[in-house]
Ligand binder design. Structure first.
Ligand code: IVH
Length: 680
């Protein structure tokens, strides 16, 4: 095909597919079958591959996700991203209305909107194209999550109609409820921790490093605010209607209200009606409609004076306490959990509620068989917020906190000043062993992502893994067909899951690959109390191998920068246990690194020059670059100071680092300049 023809088809298909996306995701009125849409998208993908120079900046193929981001760039908001002041009662709304009328006059109209429970996002369009999407962060600066946001189908990559050169709009990214439940079910089946609520899954998804993974999740977005100070509109309502014509998804559930009664009616309707929505809302936002009046009312340090959020009350139910269980967490902390007479609350049946710790039980003065009030906040586990003492049985016993671990029988300890009770039997108590295994495989430790919480549980329950060293002894035959039983939920039958060929292959591959991690990661992965990532790095750099570390005295340990008595004592205590030595020896036999790799020197070209490496690079990972620096006689340092010789900067280098480097006059070099420095 000649280029002219290709251009014509690419332009036509892009336009057509954009329109279909808009019809489907914004208007919810598809005019094409999924099959035909996919065919056209494939045709476009094929042509773009053949003629990459013709790909449009807003091509619908971008929705499948671009390149992964290592660290999200921190960006300053042009206008601070403030929050709203919250209110919980009719009286507070009346007070707000009075304040507004006093300051802005009696002629007031309000816009009532739903308060979407998701993640706030600020979108910037330059010359009509989406160029930046930033999370709220601390309100002044947020994370640049543009590549992930581009995968959200209802957010236009290019604006329709007339638009200013620079256009900013804000809204809320949310995870629809049904899809959230499907995702959690899948996560449980895959042995991953389910998300606590749709808001957490939206924020977790937005922070994923690979936009291709984000593209697989059905995030959506309502826009609700245009922050520019000199608007061409006279009301907020008009500005939203205009945003709709630009292609944004604006909720239809908005009302113009003239007085407090109309506002209260809107609140009441949605408090009752919110369970019918396919996304979560946690209240109503009330905004002064007139933009001039908004400007007159202005802002306090934290929030606008022209708006307020009414938060729905957590629903409450009363039921009988049947018994109290004590659960042992992964760190050995004991959590008391109440078993309740089943009761309906916010659309679900509640049978259990968390009691948190001994102090809370004491404060509630809880007795067995008490009638208790249960509330459900944002969390998935409801909590007991009070006792109806009028209904207390006269001879009921007070709930007392257990003295022994319900899992292993050890006597519990409670450290001074801490609210939790702990089981001290860290190596033999089953939930604690699982906790250690989970820490060992976690991303910052050995990063075995083919294993998750659920799979660890299975391996432990089947007796295949009793401590971390057993992971390296796993064999194909032991794993294939291994079964996990997922208990029945209300609607589904009990389910049996078994490891298939691909799962087993991935587990064994992940375990094998983890052997290449350096000593500092292995040391961190062992889960010795108080040995975090940074401490593990310091210790491994200083002692160089495990023998030296193990034999170090308290004085030798505390000589190391930032190592105090607490860390030193924890290390000595850990190494004094024969079972820990056995684990280390076994891991050594399996080939894990217990000494830092001596850096072989290639040249002296960088001659003791110090470098700060920052950002994402094209040809090398940051770790590779740091290694090259050392191999060529240079030094790596963590932060910029007047002693730094060079900043090796990739894409997405933080703006504060850049500023500091410029202020100190330190040369910023690119990856290719660095490559030249070390001889290409
Ligand atoms: S307007 C200047 N409208 O609630 C304030 N916010 O604490 C502009 N939210 O951070 C915000 N639904 O993330 C506005 N219809 C709505 C909203 C909404 C949800 C969130 C937003 C904000 C938080 C307020």
């Amino acid at each position: 095909m000649d280029i002219k023809k290709a251009k014509e088809i690419i332009n036509r298909l892009s336009k057509e597919l954009q329109e279909h996306n808009y019809n489907y995701y914004v208007l919810s009125m598809p005019t094409i079958s999924d099959f035909d849409f996919d065919q056209k998208l494939k045709e476009l993908e094929k042509l773009e591959l053949e003629f990459p120079e013709l790909k449009l900046p807003d091509s619908p193929t971008l929705r499948v996700g671009g390149e992964p981001t290592k660290d999200f760039k921190t960006v300053s908001h042009k206008y601070p991203m403030l929050s709203l002041s919250n209110s919980y009662s009719e009286q507070e709304i009346r007070d707000f209305d009075k304040r507004v009328r006093k300051l802005a006059g009696d002629e007031i109209e309000y816009v009532c909107e739903l308060k979407y429970d998701g993640v706030a996002i600020g979108l910037t369009y330059e010359n009509g194209f989406l160029t930046q999407a930033v999370t709220r962060g601390d309100g002044v600066q947020g994370d640049d999550v543009t590549n992930n946001v581009k995968t959200i189908r209802s957010i236009p990559l290019k604006l329709k109609g007339n638009h200013p050169d620079i256009f900013e709009i804000r809204g809320e990214i949310y995870f629809p409820i049904k899809e959230f439940n499907d995702l959690n079910l899948k996560r449980i089946e895959d042995g991953e921790q389910p998300f606590a609520n749709p808001r957490n899954s939206a924020s977790g998804t937005l922070k994923m490093q690979d936009p291709k993974e984000v593209a697989k999740r059905p995030l959506d977005c309502f826009l609700y605010f245009i922050p520019s100070q000199h608007s061409e509109f006279s009301t907020h309502y008009e500005s939203l209607k205009h945003a709709e014509t630009l292609g944004f998804k604006i909720s239809k559930n908005i009302a113009l209200c003239k007085n407090i009664d109309e506002i209260l009616e809107f609140i009441d309707d949605w408090d009752k009606g919110r369970s019918q929505l396919d996304y979560e809302i946690d209240g109503i936002v009330i905004k002064v409609n007139n933009l001039k009046k908004q400007r007159d009312l202005g802002f306090t340090a934290k929030s606008p004076r022209w708006a307020i959020a009414y938060k729905f009350k957590a629903e409450r139910a009363e039921t009988k306490l049947l018994s109290v269980d004590f659960q042992v967490g992964r760190t050995g902390a004991i959590t008391p959990v109440a078993n309740l007479n089943p009761v309906q609350l916010a659309g679900t049946t509640v049978k259990r509620a968390s009691l948190h710790n001994a102090d809370i039980i004491e404060k509630l003065n809880l007795h067995y068989h008490d009638f208790v009030f249960v509330e459900k906040g944002g969390e998935i586990i409801p909590k007991i917020v009070g006792v109806n003492t009028k209904l207390r049985e006269s001879n009921s016993d007070k709930v007392s906190f257990t003295k022994i671990c319900p899992e292993c029988g050890s006597s519990l300890v409670r450290n001074e000043g801490e609210s939790a009770h702990y089981c001290p039997n860290e190596d033999k108590c089953p939930p604690q062993i699982k906790g250690k295994l989970e820490h060992f495989i976690s991303r910052k430790a050995m990063n075995i992502d083919s294993l998750g919480e659920g799979k660890i549980e299975m391996l432990f329950d089947h007796g295949l893994v009793k401590d971390v060293s057993d992971l390296y002894k796993l064999e194909y035959e032991q794993l294939i067909g291994l079964e996990k039983i997922i208990p029945a939920t209300e609607s589904k039958k009990e389910k049996k899951l078994s490891f298939k060929e691909k799962t087993v292959y991935n587990i064994l591959k992940g375990v094998e690959e983890s052997k290449s991690h350096g000593f500092e990661k292995v040391l961190f992965a062992l889960g010795i109390r108080h040995i975090g990532e940074t401490v593990a790095k310091k210790l491994s750099a200083h002692f160089k191998n495990i023998e030296a570390l193990e034999n170090a005295s308290l004085d030798e340990l505390t000589e190391v920068d930032e190592i105090g008595d607490k860390i030193a004592e924890s290390l000595i205590g850990w190494f004094s246990k024969p079972e820990h030595k056995k684990i280390v020896n076994s891991l050594m036999d399996s080939g894990l690194n217990f000494a830092i790799a001596e850096i072989e020197t290639i040249s002296k070209l960088l001659d003791a020059k110090s470098f700060v490496v920052s950002g994402v690079f094209e040809n090398h990972s940051r770790e590779e670059l740091k290694k090259l620096i050392e191999q060529n006689g240079g030094k790596n340092i963590g932060s910029i100071s007047s002693k730094t010789n060079f900043i090796l900067a990739g894409e997405n280098m933080g703006p504060s680092k850049k500023q500091k480097a410029e202020k100190l006059g330190i040369p910023i070099i690119s990856e290719s300049e660095f490559e030249e420095m070390i001889g290409g």
